[in-house]
Design a binder for this molecule. Structure first.
Ligand code: SIN
Length: 514
């Protein structure tokens, strides 16, 4: 079996950035299930948050992040995030990421729940694509080995220590084993759980499923962020209409043309994401429409076309000139706040197993992520994984935080009703209907039972789609069980039967395989 100092699973910003740092410390293999550029990163529009503006401070960034997290952020992790942000931005600039400038200074925009403009962007609204292209070019021209079309299927663990990984060659169907010193999961999120989502096809909860089966701790999965504004056009996959569009003056309107946000919150169009997503949903219900609209027609056309070239072009390609007409939008699943529990060095409870990016839960997002903190989290905590492994200090498993965590395992569930056969579309419909933006006991109970029945009936996976469906069903069940347990509303988790938050629930829900 071939051996590497580092094996990294995934090739978005988390996988590539970590690999570029790791190559300075040893041999590196990246395993990615598609091509190197198949990832969520390239869909990221808004940008990367960092307190580098004149009117900004790390303290302000800290306060905004804590406020968004609604009582569940890990304060130490957030301090690290905001303090280390400016240095990590410099790293990206040194790798060649061309952040936009204005009058010779880095251009900063504002997004919801930020007190000041602090979002760096590239190519207007193509930040993720610029980062991905820049980093993947660096990786391709380095000695890092990359295995494309290779899907990780099992983490090899002996005596609570990682030994390597099993992976499926998606082209031949054969399974191979690779040994490593450190295994870093950078597999992204699980947006494909939901019928309407802004994620790429790769977002199938692979890291959660791999880590859970290896007995890693999974935390905060009930907190799934729904982006308020994804393009809603018949037959068109939901496409992100960045929050920065409202940051630059875009206005939400209902189907009758009314700017409704002031009816719901004094923060209006720039209220936190969960508030805007629910307001849009209520407004859609009220007006009997399946969409709301963003209006940018009052902005000078050149502002729209230069600041949002990607969105402008995508809409134009679908017959809509957004400088003249309203953009139809509706909420869509966007980001998984929870994930594989790590400490502030990216370590899990299994020695040698690390997680970074959306699949990890470092504690910085709490119950609701502040916009544009996600790529920043990747940069800060991937760097710390590398510092940790360079020093080769003994692995400190994240400790249980007494009173702050409640531990659970999945149990058997008997369900007498006839369950439709498991399929991607049935799963996405179920989660959208019952574990979406607004949840209740009835829908959640039905869902956990169906998901448990699917877990029992799914055949042994043999190829990429069947592994992905298995991973989604397990991840979906963990999301549903956590959402059923949490009898309150907090951050992105909203229960119509428990619409208030409760101090009794100011703790994390954690799942581990028994
Ligand atoms: C957006 O551009 O609205 C998304 C940014 C993010 O999810 O942080």
């Amino acid at each position: 079996m071939s051996y590497y100092d580092y094996i990294i699973v995934g090739s978005g910003i988390a996988g590539l950035y970590t690999a570029l740092l790791a190559k300075e410390q040893g041999s590196v293999l990246i395993i990615t299930k598609g091509s190197i550029d198949d990832c969520n990163t390239k869909h990221a529009q808004g940008g990367v948050a960092a307190a580098i503006g004149k009117d900004d401070s790390v303290e302000l960034h800290f306060q905004d992040t804590m406020a968004a997290g609604d009582g569940l952020c890990d304060e130490e992790a957030v301090r690290i995030l905001v303090n280390e942000a400016p240095d990590r931005i410099t790293d990206l600039v040194n790798f060649g990421v061309p952040f936009d400038t204005l009058n010779g200074e880095v251009a900063l925009t504002i997004e919801a729940a930020h007190s000041v403009p602090r979002i760096l962007h590239a190519g207007g609204d193509a930040t993720g694509e610029h980062i991905e292209v820049t980093l993947s070019k660096q990786v391709r021209s380095s000695r890092i080995q990359v295995l494309e079309d290779c899907l990780a299927t099992e983490i090899l663990v002996e005596r609570k220590t990682v030994k390597g990984i099993k992976a499926l060659d998606c082209r031949t169907g054969s399974i191979e084993e690779f040994g490593c010193g450190s295994l870093i999961l950078a597999t992204g999120g699980a947006g494909q759980l939901f019928k309407f989502n802004t994620n790429s096809d790769i977002a199938t909860g692979d890291g959660i499923a791999l880590a859970y089966k290896a007995r890693a701790e999974i935390v905060d999965l009930e907190f799934f962020q729904f982006h308020p504004t994804a393009l809603r056009l018949p037959g068109v996959t939901p496409f992100l209409i960045s929050e920065a569009v409202r940051g630059e003056g875009g206005i939400l309107r209902n189907v009758d043309g009314y700017n409704f946000m002031s009816d719901y919150t004094p923060e209006r169009d720039l209220a936190p994401r969960d508030v805007v997503a629910r307001s849009i949903l209520y407004e859609m219900e009220k007006t009997g429409s399946d969409r709301a609209f963003i209006d940018v027609t009052h902005l000078p056309p050149h502002v729209t076309t230069t600041r949002f070239p990607h969105i402008y072009r995508f809409c134009l390609d679908h017959g809509l000139d957004i400088t003249k007409g309203l953009i139809p939008v509706a909420p869509a699943a966007h980001y998984m706040m929870g994930g594989i529990k790590t400490n502030t060095w990216g370590e899990t409870n299994i020695a040698g197993l690390f997680a970074t990016g959306e699949t990890a839960c470092t504690g910085v997002h709490g119950a609701n992520r502040l916009a544009s903190n996600s790529m920043l989290e990747v940069l800060v905590f991937s760097k710390r994984i590398m510092e940790k492994t360079r020093k080769r200090t003994a692995t400190e498993a994240p400790t249980t935080r007494e009173g702050v965590e409640a531990h659970y395992s999945l149990s058997q569930r008997e369900f007498s009703e006839v369950v439709p056969p498991p399929s991607l579309s049935a799963l996405q419909q179920l989660l959208w209907d019952d574990i979406g933006i607004i949840r209740n006991k009835e829908g959640l109970t039905k869902s956990v039972n169906i998901l448990a029945a699917w877990q029992r009936s799914l055949p042994q996976p043999t190829d990429r789609p069947s592994y992905e469906l298995n991973n989604l069903v397990l991840t979906g069940r963990l999301v549903a069980e956590a959402a059923l347990l949490r009898q309150e509303s907090r951050g992105a988790h909203f229960r119509s039967d428990f619409p208030q938050s409760s101090p009794q629930w100011q703790h994390h829900i954690l799942f581990t395989l028994k």
